[in-house]
Design a protein around this ligand. Sequence first.
Ligand code: BGC
Length: 349
Amino acid sequence: MNKRFTLLSAWVMTILLIACTPDEQIKEVALPPEAESKSLEDIKIGFSMDTLQEDRWFKDRELFVEAAEKAGVEVEVTVANGDDVKQVWQTEKMISEGIDVLVVVPHNAESMAAIVERAHDAGIKVLSYDRLVRNAEVDLYLSYDNEQVGILQATVMTELVPEGNYVYLGGAETDYNAHLMKQGVFKVLKPYIDKGDITVVFNQWTKDWVPEVAKANMETALEVNHQQIDAVIAGNDATAGAAIEALAAYDLAGSIPVAGQDADLAGVQRIVNGTQNLTMYKSIDDLSERAVELAIKLALNEEIQEDRTINNGKINVPSILLPPVPVDRTNIKETVIADGFHQKKDIYQ
Ligand code: BGC
């Protein structure tokens, strides 16, 4: 066999081998050689956010960017303003322009599944931030324990109001957090409901977490129950605030206990002035810092120690869940003020 023929046949064999290699192996072969030896300054995080509707998301954005800068990695942030099509498009654009890891707060838990696949096809891992993407092979979920948020809300409320008519103003049905919270709330309420001590006289989702929707729902709840309401549990502080506006129209603000979450400045101020009883504090500092640290690990293909897994309809997603802290008028100083989440002067104006 002459040398030329040997080279030619080796080349043909290589082509045939590549053509017959299953997809998985081609992907591995196609990985850029620098992937293994990436350093921090090579890493770019894509942070796809749903919304800036609530106070907290401004903090998430600011603190996430700060933590990334501190770690020496680049970050690009997009905000979809509650528009699924826009969020998919913005994320696809980041993937095609080149990011090393995707951090996503899905507007719609189901719609973002396609993006997880798209990212994986490009060799990019995905961290679900605060909200879980459903039915997709998400690499990591980092959030506060949302079921625990509901459990704590209902535990405090049932201590305050062990009997009576409850209104439940859930979050957005498209946000899986809203389902987890509701699960937590009803886990606690169930024995009271079974005993006949508590009746949930109104139970609705709040489309896209829009406060005006929550307010309209609260108005309906008050009307159909002839104002015979004893407690209100709302998905977050923005919807709790809207419910309190509806109560105020009947002069009931402050006489019916209301629970929310997020420790929004307005929520904490309402706790001080007595129209809201409870909120759930989730340190965005901790969340965003952890997220950047974990996103970097994902980009570097480093091992991550998860706390537990949560099934998202497709897989058991490795998850890290931080503990929410209930805040009422007795512990504002030790929680949100001590952490610098809010300034004392802003709360007690
Ligand atoms: C978050 C809440 C937030 C709500 C509305 C939920 O997924 O956990 O903190 O208030 O979305 O944006």
